[in-house]
Design a protein around this ligand. Structure first.
Ligand code: GDG
Length: 466
């Protein structure tokens, strides 16, 4: 069997016996173990003049970690990937910061990744590249002579061509994408917009879901990021017995908990969510003293000014809401910037009677799925979900959908969720669970890797026939 090589910006190498992060990382690692695979990416360390990747072997799989030059990294990661591509792909044109030198750093780091990776590749390896930080990696590998199968998966949304073309480098990036054999995205919508962009702006020819360009056939498809639904549910059921989860529950004093969990990121719609909650408290006095909103928001990308500004905005909003509504024995809002261990988080999600997932735009949003999976089937909570999260394509039937910009209606959805009778809660929860039982992190992985194998087989038959 061909070896699978995964490439991502960050690589989480398991340390000792510590059980850590779940989600896609675990699925990727399990898959790599079975495929005697290699995971390649940045080590997290800087070097003035980075050398070759350091390879460590854990059981049947290996990790190859590369140091980067700190200035290059700044331009690559903060400058271009998160200063230009992240806001652009999340439809935030006003936040796109274009600097040619950052784009050059992005290309340089991608070339460095490719130059070091190619030294470790065997001709029949199948390579799976992850996310917007590494769009040009496939093209760089091709330029260095790699002819094996390469897939690319985009975790974030792909906006319409009208938006992508704002980026001065959109043609180069579009052409770079067409060096992959397979491109996977999160949603039907992203798929439609990406095909349209590559056809109309870059000039690829469409053949069903395939694109033909410069003698290459690029397969494309929707591979929705997912979770270990049943595993997460079981973990949550156990976690409610955990001391920290009990402590949260006791601290509520019988009040209803609404919970939000996300990296502190402007795409997640937190200021508007806080405003909707404030509106709820201002317009529904009957809920005063009966509800508590807990927002867990670990700090992320704090080096970027927009993220620091968001943090101050939320600190102000938290203070304002508390100042406006709190009484000596009740604070309506709790705001936590520290990450919570995964096991405890699953218990928190189960205890919360309302899950708030209201991003302005999100590729998928795994928290929405985790919230559903964590619920007690006999007494499930209600998911309030933004119609701009990719997860809406699966959870739209059961969740209460909101446009996060519409503060008044979001507040009404919160109220409806808080007051929803048990029969409707069970019905909605079941509708949410249905797709999540079928399509899990495992099926996501298997579907993408299976397609890579299929393409590799087809390509090798073509090569033999030629
Ligand atoms: C990108 C795309 C797409 C969050 N806080 C804590 C914590 N988390 C975990 C959640 C969840 C994960 O982090 C976040 O995943 P999301 O999907 O919600 O969002 P992004 O980080 O923006 O991820 C997104 C995803 O890639 C996958 O393709 O869905 O659209 O933006 O698993 O539970 N985990 C722990 N403590 C925290 O405080 N342990």
């Amino acid at each position: 069997m061909a070896r699978l090589v995964i490439v991502s910006n960050r690589v989480s190498v398991p340390t000792g016996r510590r059980v850590e992060a779940g989600g896609l990382t675990v699925v990727l690692r399990d898959g790599l173990r079975k495929a005697d695979g290699l995971w390649f990416g940045w080590s997290g360390d800087f070097a003035e003049q980075p050398g070759p990747a350091k390879v460590t072997t854990r059981g049947k799989m290996s990790y190859a970690l590369l140091d980067l030059n700190q200035d290059d990294y700044k331009g690559f990661y903060y400058g271009f990937a998160n200063g230009s591509l992240w806001p652009l792909f999340h439809y935030r044109l006003g936040l796109v910061d274009w600097k040619a030198e950052s784009y050059r750093a992005y290309r340089k780091v991608n070339l460095q990744f490719a130059s070091e990776l190619i030294k470790l590749l065997k001709p029949d390896d199948q390579v799976w590249v992850h996310d917007y930080q590494l769009i040009p990696l496939g093209e760089e590998l091709r330029k260095l002579g790699f002819t094996g199968t390469i897939g690319f998966y985009l975790h974030v949304p792909f906006p319409s061509g009208d938006i992508v073309e704002v980026l001065p480098a959109h043609v180069e990036l579009g052409q770079a994408m067409l060096n992959y054999d397979l491109i996977g995205v999160q949603t039907d919508r992203a798929h439609h917009d990406m095909l349209d962009f590559l056809e109309r702006w870059i000039g690829a020819e469409r053949e069903g879901e395939d694109l033909l360009y410069a003698g290459r056939r690029v397969r494309t498809g929707v591979y929705r990021a997912a979770i270990d639904t049943l595993g997460f549910g079981k973990e949550a059921a156990v976690a409610v017995e955990n001391e920290e989860v009990r402590s949260l529950e006791e601290s509520l004093g019988g009040r209803t908990l609404m919970l939000g969990v996300e990296r502190l990121d402007y795409t997640k719609g937190l200021p508007l969510r806080f405003a909707a909650y404030e509106h709820l408290l201002a317009t529904h006095e009957d809920w005063l003293r009966k509800v508590i909103m807990l927002q867990i928001a670990p700090v992320s990308r704090g080096e970027l000014a927009q993220y620091r500004a968001l943090r101050s905005d939320l600190e102000r909003a938290t203070g304002r809401i508390a100042g406006r509504f709190a009484s000596p024995d009740w604070n309506p809002i709790r705001y936590v910037n520290q990450p919570v261990p995964r096991k405890i988080l699953s218990g928190y999600l189960r205890v919360a009677q309302v899950g708030l997932v209201t991003p302005l735009r999100d590729g998928m949003n795994l928290v929405a799925k985790e919230y559903v999976a964590a619920q007690d089937p006999q007494n499930p909570g209600v998911l309030v979900l933004s119609r701009f999260a990719g997860a809406v394509e699966e959870l739209g039937e059961g969740a209460l959908l909101v446009n996060p910009l519409d503060i008044e209606r979001t507040a009404e959805a919160m109220r409806d969720a808080l007051a929803m009778p048990i029969d409707e809660r069970i019905d909605r929860w079941q509708r949410c669970m249905e797709p999540l039982r079928v399509w899990t992190a495992r099926t996501w992985y298997d579907a993408f890797v299976h397609k890579l194998h299929e393409i590799a087989d087809a390509n090798s038959k073509l090569a033999h026939a030629a």
